[in-house]
Unconditional design. Structure first.
Length: 188
């Protein structure tokens, strides 16, 4: 199943979609595939063009940002100077006073006042990411694991696993993890 992102189409892309529909050489599915949108989105854009005669221009989506009142900003800075605390702690104090402000907004005010540092993203993608296939049975992989349980001491578990569904296709317990035993498990 193909997934479509939420990226905005540029004006040129929308023009291309409408012109491709007007020419009639490509199907909705082909147009959608080229532009990376759903067929329903192609139909919506073309229908809007047919009803208004104007090519649709996308507006910025989302809620309009409301700035914090200066008095609230002053209160945040005053609390920071008094307690030398982070945005989370200041938020708790403000909630007790009846002001409900998100920590991100508080942190933004502290950054503007140069009391907080602008840190790069703290989350980093792992360097190693397991392989994952979209379709079942398109890829299997084998794992060897030395069993830690004292009842099975010095034995190895050999497992074949479907990469998409994580289904255990086959397994066996052997004294060593050799290729011969791996092939035996695969044949089973």
């Amino acid at each position: 199943m193909k997934r479509y992102g939420r990226s905005m189409l540029s004006e040129d892309q929308v023009k291309w979609i409408v012109n491709a529909k007007l020419e009639g050489k490509l199907t909705n599915r082909e147009i959608a595939s080229v532009q990376g949108v759903s067929t329903r989105r192609v139909q919506q854009l073309y229908r809007e063009y047919k009803s208004t005669g104007v090519i649709h221009v996308q507006k910025k989506v989302g809620r309009h940002k409301r700035p914090l009142p200066e008095q609230v900003k002053y209160e945040i800075i005053k609390l920071y100077k008094m307690y030398r605390a982070n945005a989370s702690y200041i938020g708790k104090i403000l909630r007790v006073k009846g002001l409900h402000i998100r920590n991100e907004k508080i942190n933004q005010v502290l950054k503007e006042a140069e009391f907080a540092l602008s840190e790069p993203k703290k989350w980093h993608r792992k360097k190693w990411i397991r392989y994952e296939r979209e379709c079942s049975n398109s890829l299997w992989h084998v794992d060897w694991h030395e069993i830690k349980d004292p009842r099975w001491k010095d034995l190895w578990l050999i497992v074949y696993e479907d990469d998409s569904s994580r289904f255990i296709v086959g397994y066996g317990v052997y004294p060593t993890p050799t290729s011969k035993y791996s092939v035996d498990v695969l044949k089973k």
